[in-house]
Design a protein around this ligand. Structure first.
Ligand code: TYD
Length: 240
C-alpha cells in the first residue's frame, strides 16, 4: 500500500489517499486547537498519543459490533481508515454535565444526572458549530430521520461500551463527541474521525483531575503527560 496525495488538512489531522480503493491514511498532528481555532498550540507527542488512543477505542467498538472507519495502525502518527463521505454533524453524548453545557443549563460543572443526554451540533466553523435538532439536520439535507435515529442509537451504544472500558482504567467518561460518515465501500453510516482526549472529557475517578483537552482549554499544565496516562491505563485495561 502506497501513501498518495494529501486530500484533506484540518487543524489537528491530515488525510492522504492511498493506492487501495476506498482506503485513506489518517495522520494525527502535534497540534491542539480550541474555541473554534481561537487558541492554538503545538504539543510534541500528542499526535502519536491520540493515534494510539483512538486506535484502541475505535478497534474496541469494531470488535463489539459497531462499525467505525478504523482498519489498522500504520505508524507512530498514522492509521489506515475506510474512506467516508463526511456528514457534518457532531453527536455529543453526556454522562455528567461539564463544559458549556453547565452554562447552558445553569447547573454547576460536575452535576450528575441519571439519564444519558445526547446533543446534536452542525459541524460548521463559520457558524461556530451551533446546536441543532433533528428537524434542522433533515431540513439541511444532512441526513434522513432514519439515519439520525441510527446515529443516535450508535452513539448511545458506543457510550455504553466505552464507559465501562474507561471505568476499568480508573477514568470517568464524562462526555464524548462522535462524528459519522458514509462509507465509500458499502454506503453504510459508520463512526468516523477520532475518539481521544481531544474529543472526550475524561476525569480521573480517584482524584477528579481532568485528563483531556480541557487541560489545554483551561491552561492547566501537563497536557501530554495526561494523554500519556490515558493511553497507559487504557492499554492495561484492554489487556486485563
Ligand atoms: P460540548 O458540550 O458540545 O461543547 P463544549 O466543549 O463547549 O463543552 O462538548 C462535549 C464534548 O465534545 C467535549 O468533550 C468536547 C467535544 N467537542 C469536540 O471534540 N469538538 C467540538 O467541535 C465540540 C463543540 C465539542
Amino acid at each position: 500500500m502506497t501513501k498518495g496525495d494529501l486530500i484533506f488538512e484540518g487543524n489537528e489531522k491530515k488525510v492522504y489517499a492511498t493506492d487501495v480503493p476506498d482506503q485513506v491514511i489518517f495522520h494525527y498532528k502535534d497540534v491542539a486547537v480550541a474555541y473554534n481555532n481561537v487558541k492554538r498550540a503545538r504539543f510534541k507527542g500528542k499526535g502519536a498519543l491520540n493515534n494510539q488512543i483512538s486506535a484502541i477505542l475505535l478497534n474496541y467498538l469494531n470488535e463489539n459490533g459497531l462499525e467505525t472507519h478504523y482498519i489498522s495502525t500504520l505508524g507512530e502518527k498514522e492509521q489506515l481508515c475506510r474512506m467516508i463521505e463526511i456528514i457534518p454533524l457532531q453527536v455529543v453524548v453526556h454522562n455528567r454535565i461539564a463544559g458549556s453545557l453547565a452554562f447552558r443549563l445553569g447547573v454547576p460543572e460536575g452535576f450528575q444526572h441519571q439519564n444519558t443526554i445526547v446533543d446534536l451540533r452542525y459541524n460548521n466553523d463559520v457558524l461556530d458549530d451551533p446546536f441543532i435538532n433533528r428537524d434542522h439536520a433533515v431540513a439541511l439535507g444532512l441526513a434522513t430521520y432514519q439515519e439520525l435515529d441510527g446515529m443516535y442509537n450508535t452513539a448511545r451504544r458506543a457510550n455504553e461500551l466505552l464507559k465501562p472500558l474507561f471505568h476499568k482504567a480508573g477514568i470517568e467518561l464524562v462526555d464524548m463527541k462522535l462524528e459519522f460518515g458514509r462509507a465509500a465501500d458499502t454506503g453504510a453510516i459508520i463512526i468516523s474521525d477520532e475518539i481521544s482526549p481531544d474529543t472526550c472529557r475524561l476525569w480521573d475517578e480517584a482524584t477528579g483531575e481532568r485528563m483531556d483537552k480541557d487541560r489545554f482549554r483551561l491552561d492547566l499544565s501537563c497536557v501530554v503527560e495526561n494523554y500519556q496516562k490515558v493511553l497507559d491505563r487504557l492499554n492495561k485495561a484492554i489487556q486485563s
